[in-house]
Design a binder for this molecule. Sequence first.
Ligand code: URA
Length: 475
Amino acid sequence: MKSVVLAHEVDWAGWRAAARALALSDAAPDDVVWSVRNVSDLFAEPEDEAIAAPPGGFTVPRALVTLAETVIQARDPERFALLYRLIWRAHRGEKHILEMTTDPEVQRAQRLAQAVRRDTHKMRAFVRFREVTEPEGTRYVSWFEPEHYIVEANAPFFARRFATMIWSILTPYRSAHWDGEALRFDVGASPSEVPDDDRLEAYWRAYYSSIFNPARLKVGAMRAEMPQKYWRNLPEAAAIPELIRTASGRVDSMVEQPVFSDPRPSRIVAPPAAEHGSPLHEAAREAADCRRCPLWEPATQVVFGEGSPNARVMMIGEQPGDQEDLAGRPFVGPAGQLLDRAMQEAGLDRQTVYVTNAVKHFKFVPRGKRRIHEKPGTGEINACRFWLDLERATIKPALTVMMGATAARAVLGRAVAITRERGQPMPLPDGKGGNTTGFITVHPSYLLRVPDEDAKAREYAAFVADLRRIVELAA
Ligand code: URA
């Protein structure tokens, strides 16, 4: 019997090295016992001897490695053994193991990966920071309870998203700290004293002075224990030497205390899911993991369409904005509120239509603490057309309304001059040899941008007139 003791719950480097060495020495999965070192200090020096890998080639499918990187974050004590079993089988010749979709071990790993991905989406959508004023500036603190061990893998996302903020995310098993230059991990916060919003400040004071202490920094261990790819991909890793150099000097100054408020909108609206198990519900679930273009990465979550599955009218916008990205729903921010008002005036009930976007992830450039909308490019529109086509084929609306140039490009596959083609019903292929009707109008954010008040009122009236026309055409 061989025993592998991993350094911590997501010791990817340790698991991978051990799995490779074990597979090369042909250790049967049933002869290996996996466990995690029971430490309260994440940066304690490892005591165990590494398993030496005999010489020899070791290749497993890339997709299996990717799956393992996700599954290792699952809160399931059997995951290390399960993953080793899959690796061992692949190494012994089952190269297409992941294609065996009815294989119970493959199914179990896929289920765990899905649970981790869901938890990841939740963390990205629901972490909320409270503001702390300190002598050196402002710090943001958040309390979050993930179901799985996802903090390490997701901290780089928050570092990119809130690059200019100094923040800490506390969870029961691990805390992540970003000082504007580098990420640092430490032990978790106490689950028995779960700090709700009101108690977070007091909790942070205690945690901060007892735990967040740069003198404890052991960068060698930290680097070794973090999945390689996170360090490799982090430009801020280059700042570590400076962090170490200044660590001792920072110890004294880090005991000052905070005051809180919320820097981000706290209103989170749960997406009204399409009926469970319906094709749209399934599509929205799949889209949550979409990697068809790079926009998924900095975005909080996918924003799929929503509305009546029997809608006669489908309204297509450009892409989610900042508020839609946080809420996970289309058209809930300023443009959405204007759209709601205009629809109401035109007698078009939002409950009876289906509202979606040409591109399902928010594209933005960070500027300070703000995220500035960036227009999606043709590549992103084309990549996302898969989902739009799927929505159109499922809803089969009698009328497809393209609001603005991006929506028109996504539907018609060509550049459209809105002012020239606006307001003219056009035949649209329905994908089954027949036709439906297309209708182009302006995007509601265009109305928000018109600087002159008179012109704004005129443009708004013209938009409402377009919507009235839509009501007639769809009747
Ligand atoms: N603009 C859009 O095009 N879609 C939204 O969902 C919000 C703003």
